[in-house]
Design a protein around this ligand. Structure first.
Ligand code: C2E
Ligand code: MG
Ligand code: MG
Ligand code: MG
Length: 279
């Protein structure tokens, strides 16, 4: 009897695994096909200077137009793309698109691209960045690369070497989702980051939680002392923006200004009717 139960349980578990593994295999096949079929598109979200209100950069955010499932957000496919290594090709697509698009924007508007820890394990990262810059003609100083602490957590030494090499090319490096990982402060000493992006979770509770306010105050102060730009993510209302301004946060990004939108909407988001390519 016990044995039969065990078997039953095992079978049930196995079936569950099968369904999940199958869904995963399906998504993986879809992902590979999607690259071939050009189903990926880079969206852009404006980042504004808090003091002047000027748009200083756009963050490139990947979207997947799935033929059956519609628009898919990165959270639903980036983890699998990382597991399967497809993120390397996807990341190259984002880099190329972002640099090509940014080359048509005004010179004082930068572009920020997210990098996965997996891309740092690939020996081609420097080559990919160089090629994207060369092919587009974009000045390296207009490219920002965003990494999270998890990049430094694994393979720290090799990653630092790569980061220094990128920085020597003129590319700027941002620490993304600041405050959500481990021992954030030691990372600020291990590499001269150009920018700290304060995670959305702190910004969303800015007006309602004293401790979030205190954390924002501490991070913007830290940025000022270290000469590092601070960018607040996920700014959704004027109250948050005003509090950030008061704390001297350098830049803000969020739905208050715009959701991420296709490259064709950049001119509108810049509030400048014509871009250089069409001027
Ligand atoms: P992230 O780099 O921290 O990007 C910011 C995320 O916050 C974006 O989500 C953006 O749409 C969202 N966001 C911005 N403002 C607001 C706001 O006011 N309210 C709310 N609720 N959300 C806001 P998205 O586009 O879904 O991307 C999620 C994450 O996926 C990114 O977080 C990044 O870690 C990753 N990701 C996106 N594109 C790429 C890519 O090309 N390569 C890699 N490796 N990762 C990417
Ligand atoms: Mg980012
Ligand atoms: Mg972020
Ligand atoms: Mg985030």
């Amino acid at each position: 009897r016990a044995k039969a139960d065990g078997r039953g349980t095992y079978r049930f578990f196995e079936t569950g695994m099968d369904a999940r593994a199958q869904a995963r295999r399906l998504l993986e096949m879809d992902l590979r096909a999607a690259l071939q079929r050009d189903e990926f598109q880079v969206y852009y979200q404006p980042i504004r200077d808090v003091a002047s209100g000027r748009v200083v950069a756009f963050e490139a955010l990947l979207r997947w137009h799935h033929p059956q499932r519609g628009l898919i957000a990165p959270i639903s496919f980036i983890p699998l793309a990382e597991e399967t290594g497809l993120i390397v090709q996807l990341g190259e697509f984002v880099l190329r698109s972002a640099c090509t698009d940014a080359a048509t924007w005004p010179d004082d508007v930068d572009v920020a691209v997210n990098l996965s820890p997996v891309q740092f394990k690939s020996p081609h990262l420097i080559t990919s960045v160089t090629e994207a810059l060369t092919a587009s003609g974009l000045d390296a100083r207009r490219l920002e690369l965003e990494i999270t602490e998890s990049v430094l957590l694994q393979n720290g030494e090799a990653t630092l070497t790569t980061l220094h090499e990128l920085r020597a090319m003129g590319v700027r490096i941002s620490l993304d989702d600041f405050g959500t990982g481990y021992s954030s402060l030691s990372y600020l000493r291990s590499f001269p980051f150009d920018k700290i992006k304060i995670d959305r979770s702190f910004v969303s509770e800015l007006a309602t939680r004293e401790d979030s306010m205190a954390i924002i105050r501490a991070v913007t102060g830290l940025g000022r002392s270290l000469g590092i730009i601070t960018t607040a993510e996920g700014v959704e209302n004027d109250v948050q923006l005003e509090l950030l301004r008061r704390e001297g946060c350098t830049q803000a990004q969020g739905y208050l200004f715009s959701k991420p939108r296709p490259a064709s909407d950049v001119a509108m988001m810049l509030d400048r009717p014509r871009l250089r390519a069409s001027a």
